[in-house]
Design a binder for this molecule. Sequence first.
Ligand SMILES: O=C(O)CCC(=O)C(=O)O
Length: 251
Amino acid sequence: MLTPEEFALWERQGFVRLGQVAEDAQLAALQQRMDDIMLGHVVYPGMYFQMDSESGAYQDIGKGGSGYQGPSLAYRKIQDLERDPLFLEYIRHPRFHGIARQLVGEEISVFRSMFMNKPARRGTVLPYHQDGGTQWNLDRERFFTVWTALDDASIANGCVQIIPGSHRLGLLSDRGHTITPEQEQAYCAEERSVYLEARAGEVFLLHNYLLHRSGVNRTDQPRRAFSVVYMDAATRSTRDGAAFPQVFGLR
Ligand SMILES: O=C(O)CCC(=O)C(=O)O
């Protein structure tokens, strides 16, 4: 559960720094497993892979399709990590269970369990956006994100940047996700933003309507992260009525 202080921060700011949740050995295993998946040493058929753009431009991301494109540490995004036992164990950590119970309910699924990478000397600017809206194709919106740094994250290597309190604006566009240049100008002034710098292993709890973005990596080390959206297990896809992988409250 969140402490009363953490819960007050959650309501006021839309994000909470939770500190390191994984044991050191578990963190090291997740770091290693992520590279093993990128390099093809551990394989899950049908897993979603997205290569980073060569140009650094958001519209050029994933040009090679959504499947595995061979051994490379330049993948930008990999999803379906709940299929991996090490990641599933972490997703099911009792700390996240308590928070999910408090914020959402007993039965919880994951919309996505996603690796987000800013490869060394690369990365693509992710513009300010919110998580949700019709673009997500969900029949309800009761969810939150747990974002874990797998490497130290800094301004230099493209850490996440947020606008505290912006979740209270609600969803800024029905379609969701990116916002207009006018909205960015109105709500996302640099001086109102906070850079979520973190040590490897540190976790942030993020409200899905919190405006957030991230930049490129100007360092020689990768900035790897693991981001999980926990939601009510009753949630269905509006595309095909499908449920999502359940992680808590299984009967
Ligand atoms: O890790 C990043 O750079 C962005 C993550 C993000 O947008 C998310 O987890 O929703």
